[in-house]
Design a protein around this ligand. Sequence first.
Ligand code: OVP
Length: 403
Amino acid sequence: MNETPTIPELDIDPYAADNLTDPYPMHERMREAGPVVRLTPYPSLVACGRHAEVHAVFSDHATFISGAGVGLANFNTETPFRPKSLILEADPPLHTQTRTVLSRVLSPKAVMQIRAAFTEVAEQMVERLVDQSANGGTVCGIHDLAQIYPLKVFPDAVGVGPDARENLLVYGDMIFNSMGPRNALLARAAERMVPVTAWIMEHCKRENLRPGGFGDQIYQAADSGEITHEQAPLLVRSFLSAGVDTTVNGLGNVLFALAHNPGEYAKLHADATLARPAFEEALRWESPAQTFFRTAVRDCEIAGLPVPENTKVLCMLASANRDPRKWPDPDRYDIGRRPTGHVALGAGIHGCVGQAVARLEGEVVLTALAKRVKRIEPAGAHTRRLNNTLRALETLPLRLTPA
Ligand code: OVP
């Protein structure tokens, strides 16, 4: 007996428009086929759709590295489209050094200091939206809320000036598309990004960052010798890369979840302290970042199946978050669930360093809605913005009934 277990192969393209539009049937096929699968259109990678293996891969950062890129492209053989992130696309010891600085800047203590400002902006925004909706109008959950809010509060906290902030959405769309194949989505994003790159790098300079903001605090860490002055602008770039399009879609997706699950919104309206768990459950149910890759640094195994050195491992976060092996009734959006262990924000040493800020945004926006709005209902068909990595809405027409 010397049977080598083989990895099942599926003829699935996760980046085909149908699968980006509705990924859940694909997720089920991948989970049911096995703990690790191969995908015919991408013969050099393996994919994990179940929670246990996604979590195991993320937890073993020494075997499954990030430095060769966390998208489909293998930076050992392909040139990254921009200089590598010093945190997302780095491994220890570099990662440890940069992560220490970013986690201090984004710590729970830092979040306490921005809480009042974030709350005030959320309350003002909801007040405006209720007026708009009450005068017979509908509001767009994406353009009038999910984009507006992070584009105001997060760049304010980083210390970026008020002009042309929509560039951050264009940049985010490009970065998350760049983690997939070179398809039409990437080509369109790359075209739009050309004028934006210079704007981004300009806004990473110390002279363009408000003293005391998150961006300036990175430069203070350079002053104290913790990181170099050459590293500082690239670390500020991580704020501008990861801090907006992620929370825009986290907020857009929770609005979608609540509008389509009126019973859950009724519970939130009755008890605004459910704002945090309602946001957390939406992260699980409709994960903004659907996928991330790792790269095997040596011949290894996942769930006993052989994975050769230099293989890209596609971790299906959104699929893990609906794995019935992990979650009872996984397709149900249930704000009474406490979805501890979801991997929407990753896991292990690369787990979202901005998660306290992301949760603050979710909490204060949902709290303001819960207090001021009795019902949130769809007011027409939503449309999707397809992206190789993000689960994103383009429009979400809503009717808000004042409390
Ligand atoms: C979701 C992330 C995403 C995109 C960019 C970066 C980080 C970065 O560090 O540049 S984490």
